[in-house]
Design a protein around this ligand. Structure first.
Ligand SMILES: Nc1nc2c(c(=O)[nH]1)N[C@H]1C(S)=C(S)[C@@H](COP(=O)(O)OP(=O)(O)OC[C@H]3O[C@@H](n4cnc5c(=O)[nH]c(N)nc54)[C@H](O)[C@@H]3O)O[C@H]1N2
Ligand SMILES: Nc1nc2c(c(=O)[nH]1)N[C@H]1C(S)=C(S)[C@@H](COP(=O)(O)OP(=O)(O)OC[C@H]3O[C@@H](n4cnc5c(=O)[nH]c(N)nc54)[C@H](O)[C@@H]3O)O[C@H]1N2
Ligand code: SF4
Ligand code: SF4
Ligand code: FES
Ligand SMILES: [Mo]
Length: 893
C-alpha cells in the first residue's frame, strides 16, 4: 500500500498503521504509548498527525492506499505538543534529566520542542520499588502509558502487571500491588525495555555514564538462540537487551540472557592456568607457557606409551562451532583418536539418533516461527516456560490466540496449567502414551493415507503393534485416566497444522530413542512433516550450542556434517584436507569413557567446558573415573567440581568474550561476537586448543574462527554455503545450506526424506519399563530438571544476582507425601538412592503427583547426581536422569 508522508511516497504492507509509513519515510513522530511488539493502545495522543486532513493518532490508524500524511506544523502536531506538555507537567525534573538515548520521553520533548523550567514540577512521593535485583520502579516517573503491562501480557504471557489507581494517580503495579519481588514477574525485562520514561530501569542503565559500544551477538545460555545487544561502558558490560530484529526472539529474552552477565567479573573467575605436580597437592597458579607445555608433554607421553585410544576428549556445547570443530580435529589428527563426545550425549542424543532413523537429519524439521501457525501444539516432556522461556512465551501467545495445547508431563508445569489436556503420565511411560495416541489416530481414521502411502514405510507394522495400546491398557501403564488420552487423540487428530515440541522428558530415559521415534510417528501419521504448510517436530535442544557441537563432529562416530566415520569416501576426504589419516574406528561415548577409565584403559581425559563431576550421573562412578586417569585437563571459567580435581586447568573466555557461531535448536547458524575482552590471563578455547596442538608439534591450520568455519564448509557439504562473512552480511542461516548462492533450508523434507530410500520410517516400538522402578525400600520416583533462573550446574547464574531470585535448590513434594512425612515448605529432607544421599530443602506443591518428587541440579553443594544412576538409553547412552528410585525422610527429627 502507498502512503505520502510530508510529500514522500512510501510503500507499506497491508494493515500497517500510519506510524509505520511515517517511519518508513524517515519522518519522526513521537509515540509514547506505542511499541511495535504489542497491540496499539492509542492513549497518549503525542503521535497525532493529519491524514487526508483529519486529526488522527498515527499509532492506531491504518494506512489506506494513497493516504496523505502531514506530520509537522499542523493543528495535529500542536495538539500533540499540548498532550505532551500535560504529561510533562505531572513529572518531576528527574524525568527530563535522563540521557536522551535512554528516554523516549526526552526524545519526544526534543522533537516537539517541549521544555520546562527546572523546579516547577511535582515530586508526588509515590515512592520507589527496588525490591527486585534487576528491575526498579520509580512510580513518580510513570505516565501510565501501559506499555509494560502489554509487554508482560502480549509478549511474555505472564500478566504480572496492571495499571492501578485513577486519573493522574494511575501507576503500574506488579502482582497484587505489593513488592515487585513478590509478584509473579519472571524477570524477562521486557517491561524495562519498553518503558519510555525511565520509570522502569535496570542497574546498568541507571548509571548516567554513557554507553560506549553495542555488540550484536547470540545468547550463550539456552538453545533458543536469542539475538542480544550487549551495551558496554569501556571494558565492562553495562546491560544486555534483546534485539528487535532477532530472528528467533524478536525483541524478547529471559532473565538469564537479559540480566545474568555478572559472572564475568566474579571474584573467583579463573584468570591464570593452574597445575598440580602430584595428585594430593594443591593446584598452583602458573604461566601459560608452563601449563601448555605440561599438557602437551603429558598428552604425547600417554599417547605414545599407551596408544591413542587411552585418551578421551569431552567437548563443550557451551563453546562455539569453531572451537568444537578445532577440538575434534585435534582429537582425530593430533591425538589420533575418535574418543570425542559432547553433552548432547546427556541430553538429546536420542533425538539425533531417533530423528535420523525416522527422517534422515539429526535436527528439528521446522522453525520457531511455525509455532505461530500451528493450531494444535503437542508439548511432551518439556518445560519451556522455564527452560526455553522465549519459546514458552511464544507457545503461550499461540494458545491465548486459540491454538489447542496438549501437555504430556508428570508435573503440572506452567504450560500444563494453560493446556486443553494435561496427560500427567507416570515418568517413563512415554512410549506407551505415544503408542496409545497412534492407536487413537489410526482407529479413528485421523491419518493421512496418501502421505503415508507415498512417503513413509512401516504403517502395517505400526498398525499391528498399536492394536495392543488401547487407552484402557495405557491408562494403567501411565497411571492416568482414559479421558485425557482420548481427548488428546481427538485434538491432535482434528488439527490442520499440528506441531510437536518436546524435551528431555522424552529423551533422558532408558528408552529415550524409542520415545523420540514413537513421538515422531504421530506427526507422520498426520502428514505433518515435510508437507506444504506443515509445522513439524521441534526438539528443544538444550545448550546454546549443543546442536552445533554435534554438527561439528564432536562425536565418536560422526565427522563434521554427520558424515559417518565408517564411510571410507567421507573419511578419506577429511584425511586429504587435514593432511593426516583419520582413525577409522568409532571412539568411546562419555559414559564409556568413564567405564574405560575405571578399567584402567583410558588414562587421560581432556574436558572442555563441561562439569562432568557435577552434571554427569552417578557422581561416585565419575569421580572414580577421574581419579583413575593419569591426566585430567579442564577448560573452564570457574573452579568447577571437575576443575578442582584436574591436573591442569586452563582459564577460558565466555561467550561474551569470543568470536564464532552457535547453532540454535531450529538449526540456525548465528554469529557470536566479542562484546568485551576476556580478563587478562584468560584465553578462548580456540586459542587454548591451538596452543596445545602447536606445543605437540602440530599445526591445526585454522588461524581464526572464521578460517575454521571456512574449512568446515569445505569438508562438510551440508554447511558448504556458510561463512562468517555471509552471516555478517545476510544474517543467520539454517542448515542444510549446501550452496553459497541459496538460503539454507528452514523446513526440511519438502521433496523427500533424507533417509536412504527417501521415505520416512514409522517405528513400531513396544513400551518397555524404565531401568529403575520404585520399591519398598525406595518408594519415590525422583525426576530431575530445570528452574527458570539457574542454568545447569549454575556456575554462571549462581555468580549473578539470580542467586537472590532463587537462593537454593529445592525438592518439590506433593502435599500428601509431605504431610505423611510431617515436612513443610522450607523443611529439610534426606533423599537416598541406591547410590548416594543428599539433603534438600522442601517445597510442598501439587505440581508433582503423589509418589513423584522433583528437584533441580543447579547447586553442586547439593550434589543431586550422586543419586542418579548410570543406566542409559540403550541406543545412544543418554542417562536415565528422569527416573531415580529414592527414599525420602525428614532430617532433624
Ligand atoms: N533455566 C534453564 N534453562 C535451561 C537449562 C537450565 O539448566 N536452566 N538447561 C538447558 C539444557 S542443557 C537443556 S537440555 C534444556 C532442557 O529443557 P527441558 O527438556 O524442558 O527441561 P527439564 O526440566 O529437564 O525436563 C522437561 C520436563 O520433562 C518432564 N518429564 C520427566 N520425565 C518425564 C516422562 O517420563 N515423560 C514426560 N512426558 N515428561 C517427563 C519433567 O517433569 C520436566 O517438566 O534446557 C535448557 N535451558
Ligand atoms: N540430574 C540431572 N543431571 C543433568 C541433567 C538433568 O536433567 N538432571 N541434564 C543434563 C544435561 S541435558 C546437560 S546438557 C548437562 C549440562 O552439564 P554441563 O555441561 O556440565 O553444565 P554447564 O553448567 O552448562 O556448563 C559446564 C561448564 O562449562 C563452563 N563454561 C561455560 N561457558 C564456557 C566456555 O565458553 N568455555 C569453557 N571452556 N567453559 C565454559 C561453565 O562454567 C561450567 O562449569 O547436565 C546434565 N545433567
Ligand atoms: S512503568 Fe513505564 S511502561 Fe509502565 S506504564 Fe509506567 S511509564 Fe509506561
Ligand atoms: S531464552 Fe535462552 S537464548 Fe533466549 S535469553 Fe533466555 S537463555 Fe538466552
Ligand atoms: S503513541 Fe499513539 S497515542 Fe500514544
Ligand atoms: Mo542439555
Amino acid at each position: 500500500m502507498r502512503a505520502i508522508v510530508d510529500g514522500t511516497n512510501v510503500e507499506v504492507p497491508d494493515g500497517a498503521h500510519l506510524l509505520a509509513a511515517i517511519r518508513a519515510a524517515g519522518a519522526r513522530v513521537p509515540a509514547l504509548c506505542h511499541d511495535d511488539r504489542v497491540s496499539p493502545r492509542g492513549s497518549c495522543r503525542v503521535c497525532l498527525v493529519l491524514a487526508d486532513g483529519d486529526i488522527v493518532a498515527a499509532c492506531t490508524t491504518p494506512v489506506h492506499d494513497g493516504v496523505v500524511i502531514e506530520t509537522e506544523g499542523t493543528i495535529a502536531s500542536s495538539i500533540a505538543r499540548g498532550a505532551l506538555e500535560l504529561i510533562v507537567s505531572e513529572l518531576p525534573d528527574r524525568a527530563l534529566q535522563i540521557p536522551v538515548d535512554r528516554s523516549e520521553l526526552v526524545q519526544a520533548c526534543d522533537l516537539l520542542g517541549v521544555s520546562r523550567k527546572p523546579g516547577n514540577a511535582v515530586e508526588r512521593g509515590r515512592g520507589v520499588d527496588d525490591s527486585h535485583p534487576y528491575i526498579r520502579l520509580d512510580r513518580d516517573l510513570c505516565i501510565a502509558c501501559g506499555r509494560c503491562v502489554s509487554m508482560c501480557a502480549e509478549v511474555q504471557g505472564t500478566f504480572a502487571l496492571e495499571l492501578s489507581g485513577r486519573g493522574f494517580d494511575t501507576v503500574v503495579s506488579a502482582g497484587d500491588g505489593g513488592a515487585w519481588i513478590d509478584s509473579p514477574c519472571v524477570s524477562c525485562g521486557s517491561c524495562v525495555d519498553s518503558c519510555p520514561t525511565g520509570a522502569l530501569t535496570e542497574p546498568g542503565l541507571r548509571d548516567p555514564r554513557p554507553i560506549t559500544g553495542t555488540t550484536s551477538t547470540t545468547c550463550g545460555y539456552c538453545g533458543v538462540g536469542c539475538t542480544l545487544n550487549v551495551q558496554t561502558r569501556g571494558a565492562e558490560v553495562a546491560a544486555i537487551t534483546p534485539a528487535l530484529d532477532g530472528p528467533v526472539n524478536r525483541g524478547h529474552a529471559c532473565v538469564k540472557g537479559r540480566f545474568a552477565h555478572g559472572f564475568l567479573r566474579a571474584d573467583d573467575r579463573l584468570d591464570t592456568p593452574l597445575t598440580r605436580s602430584d595428585r594430593s597437592g594443591p593446584l598452583r597458579r602458573t604461566t601459560w607457557a608452563e601449563a601448555i607445555g605440561y599438557a602437551a608433554d603429558e598428552l604425547a607421553r600417554i599417547r605414545d606409551r599407551h596408544g591413542a585410544q587411552s585418551i578421551g576428549v569431552i567437548c563443550s556445547a557451551r563453546a562455539t562451532n569453531e572451537e568444537n570443530y578445532l577440538a575434534q580435529k585435534f582429537a582425530r589428527v593430533v591425538l589420533g583418536t575418535n574418543n570425542i563426545d559432547n553433552c548432547s550425549r546427556l541430553c538429546h542424543a536420542p533425538s539425533a539418533a531417533g530423528l535420523t532413523r525416522s527422517l534422515g537429519f539429526a535436527g528439528g524439521t521446522n522453525t520457531m516461527d511455525d509455532i505461530d501457525r500451528a493450531d494444535c501444539i503437542l508439548l511432551a516432556g518439556a518445560n519451556p516456560t522455564e527452560a526455553h522461556p522465549v519459546v514458552g512465551a511464544r507457545i503461550t501467545q499461540r494458545v491465548l490466540a486459540g491454538a489447542k495445547l496438549i501437555v504430556i508431563d508428570p508435573r503440572r508445569t506452567g504450560l500444563a496449567d494453560l493446556a486443553d489436556v494435561h496427560i500427567q503420565a507416570r515418568p517413563g511411560s512415554n512410549v506407551a502414551v505415544f503408542n496409545a495416541l497412534a492407536h487413537l489416530l489410526i482407529t479413528h481414521g485421523c491419518i493421512d493415507r496418501d502421505f503415508l502411502a507415498e512417503r513413509t514405510t512401516g504403517l502395517t507394522e505400526l498398525t499391528e503393534l498399536v492394536k495392543d495400546y488401547h487407552p484402557g491398557r495405557v491408562a494403567d501403564i501411565a497411571d492416568v485416566p482414559q479421558n485425557p488420552l482420548r481427548e488428546a487423540g481427538r485434538l491432535f487428530g482434528e488439527a490442520q497444522r499440528p506441531i510437536i515440541v518436546y524435551g528431555l522428558g522424552v529423551t533422558e530415559h532408558m528408552h529415550g530413542t524409542d520415545g523420540v521415534r514413537t513421538l515422531v510417528n504421530l506427526a507422520l501419521l498426520r502428514g505433518a512433516i515435510g508437507t506444504d504448510g506443515c509445522c513439524g517436530v521441534l526438539p528443544l535442544r538444550g545448550q546454546n550450542n549443543v546442536q552445533g557441537a554435534s554438527d561439528m563432529g564432536a562425536l565418536p562416530d560422526l565427522l563434521p556434517g554427520y558424515q559417518p566415520l565408517t564411510n571410507d569416501a567421507a573419511r578419506n576426504r577429511f584425511s586429504d584436507v587435514w593432511n593426516s589419516p583419520v582413525p577409522p574406528h568409532p571412539g568411546l561415548r562419555i559414559p564409556q569413557m568413564f567405564d574405560a577409565a575405571c578399567a584402567g584403559e583410558l588414562r587421560a581425559l581432556y574436558v572442555i567446558g563441561e562439569d562432568v563431576a557435577a552434571s554427569d550421573p552417578n557422581t561416585e562412578h565419575v569421580r572414580k573415573a577421574l581419579a583413575s586417569c593419569e591426566l585430567l585437563i579442564c577448560h573452564d571459567l570457574f573452579p568447577s567440581e571437575t576443575a578442582r580435581v584436574a591436573d591442569i586447568v586452563f582459564p577460558a573466555a565466555s561467550f561474551l568474550e569470543k568470536d564464532g557461531t552457535f547453532v540454535n535448536f531450529d538449526r540456525r547458524f548465528q554469529r557470536v561476537r566479542p562484546a568485551v575482552a576476556p580478563p587478562a590471563g584468560v584465553r578462548t578455547d580456540f586459542d587454548i586448543i591451538a596452543g596445545v596442538a602447536r606445543a605437540m608439534g602440530a599445526d591445526l591450520g585454522c588461524v581464526t574462527p572464521s578460517d575454521a568455519m571456512d574449512e568446515c564448509a569445505r569438508v562438510a557439504p551440508m554447511f558448504a554455503g556458510i561463512s562468517h562473512r555471509r552471516l555478517d552480511l545476510a544474517g543467520p542461516l539454517h542448515w542444510p545450506c549446501p550452496d553459497r548462492g541459496k538460503p539454507g533450508q528452514a523446513v526440511l523434507y519438502l521433496e523427500r526424506f533424507a533417509t536412504g530410500d527417501g521415505r520416512a520410517h514409522l517405528a513400531a516400538r513396544p513400551y518397555l519399563p524404565p531401568g529403575e522402578a520404585p520399591d519398598a525400600d525406595y518408594p519415590f520416583v525422583l525426576v530431575t530438571g530445570r528452574r527458570l533462573t539457574h542454568y545447569n550446574t549454575g556456575s554462571m547464574t549462581r555468580r549473578t544476582p539470580d542467586i537472590d531470585l532463587t537462593p537454593r535448590e529445592s525438592l518439590d513434594l506433593h502435599p500428601h507425601d509431605a504431610a505423611a512425612m510431617g515436612v513443610q515448605t522450607g523443611g529439610t529432607v534426606e533423599v537416598r538412592s541406591r547410590r548416594g544421599t543428599v539433603c534438600l530443602t522442601v517445597t510442598v506443591t501439587d505440581d508433582t503427583a503423589p509418589g513423584t518428587a522433583f528437584c533441580d541440579f543447579h547447586f553442586p553443594h547439593a550434589p543431586v547426581n550422586t543419586l542418579t544412576s548410570a543406566r542409559t538409553d540403550e541406543d545412544t547412552g543418554c542417562p536415565e536422569y528422569k527416573i531415580t528410585a529414592v527414599a525420602i525422610r525428614p532430617v532433624g527429627r
